[in-house]
Design a protein around this ligand. Structure first.
Ligand code: SF4
Ligand code: F3S
Length: 106
């Protein structure tokens, strides 16, 4: 499956949601995750994300390995999101900045 990693934190542009054919994104306060059992590996979301937060699991940068487990666990508790919405107010400021795990709310 595809995995959402740290660059999504504080941004949540949600362009990914709009292009996903199987609606497998789940929403937390300042981050989105992909449900690994629902993702069909179509790849549509990867180029759609303005922060380049989405990767196929096999090419996820090593520093973000923990996001595989985070996507799996958080997608079981967070609500499904099926429509694009406005990015977070912090999105443009944080778009190109490095985010860390401790900034992830929820
Ligand atoms: Fe959805 Fe395709 Fe992205 Fe998987 S790879 S989350 S199915 S858009
Ligand atoms: Fe996050 Fe990128 Fe989607 S910032 S909400 S993974 S478009």
């Amino acid at each position: 499956p595809y995995v959402v990693a740290a660059p999504c934190i504080k941004c949540k542009y949600t362009d990914c949601v709009e292009v996903c054919p199987v609606d497998c994104f789940y929403e937390g306060p300042n981050f989105l995750v992909i449900h690994p059992d629902e993702c069909i590996d179509c790849g549509a979301c990867e180029p759609a994300c303005p922060t380049k937060a989405i990767f196929p699991e096999e090419s996820l940068p090593e520093r973000w390995t923990e996001y595989v487990a985070l996507n799996a666990s958080l997608s079981k508790t967070w609500p499904n999101i099926t429509e694009k919405k406005d990015p977070l107010p912090t999105a443009d400021e944080w778009k190109d900045k490095e985010k860390t795990r401790d900034m992830l709310e929820g």
